[in-house]
Design a protein around this ligand. Structure first.
Ligand SMILES: [Zn+2]
Length: 167
């Protein structure tokens, strides 16, 4: 059990919020920021814009990694080679989500899933969404294929793939 002695300060309760004892500020800071994706993810995103999925291979452990990385965490050495992969794979794991990112409830669930990409090593995959499938029909191991945005709408983002559908 903790007391205020170990953790100084005044804890907030739900009651404090509902009774308006807490000042809540909502502001639009109009903030802009830039993010450097790095060599591996930078190339990965650039290839997505072209409608391709690319991984990195390590010649020592013979693993093909996706998303790609420039360093093999198992061999503790740089990876060796770029490898184009298929835009298909298998569902490794999935969830049926009735919540949006802001925790508000939605009637039609989204289906976030980890997709093991064909050509990559076992257990290598990317997090994405499933589509064109009912939640009750999704299964681990199910074959899926990427549904891409039209080329002119792609931005070099993981969302250049709309979702993965059964195939
Ligand atoms: Zn390795």
């Amino acid at each position: 059990m903790t007391t205020g002695r170990e953790y100084p300060g005044t804890p907030l309760s739900d009651e404090d919020v509902s009774q308006g004892k807490v000042l809540i500020v909502e502001a639009d800071p109009n903030a802009r920021y830039a993010w450097d994706a790095g060599i591996a993810i930078g190339r990965f995103l650039a290839e997505l814009k072209e409608g391709r999925i690319i991984g990195r291979r390590c010649h020592r452990c013979r693993r093909t990694m996706v998303p790609p990385r420039m360093f093999c965490e198992q061999c503790f050495r740089p990876t060796d080679e770029w490898v184009y992969l298929a835009d298909s794979g298998r569902v490794n794991t999935y969830s049926i989500s009735y919540l949006r990112w802001d925790a508000s409830r939605v009637a039609d669930p989204t289906l976030p899933a980890v997709i093991e990409i064909d050509g990559a090593s076992k257990g290598m995959g990317i997090m994405h969404l499933l589509g064109e499938v009912k939640p009750e029909d999704v299964q681990v191991g199910m074959r899926v294929k990427a549904v891409w945005k039209p080329a002119r709408q792609r931005q070099g983002s993981i969302l250049d793939i709309r979702y993965f559908r059964p195939y």
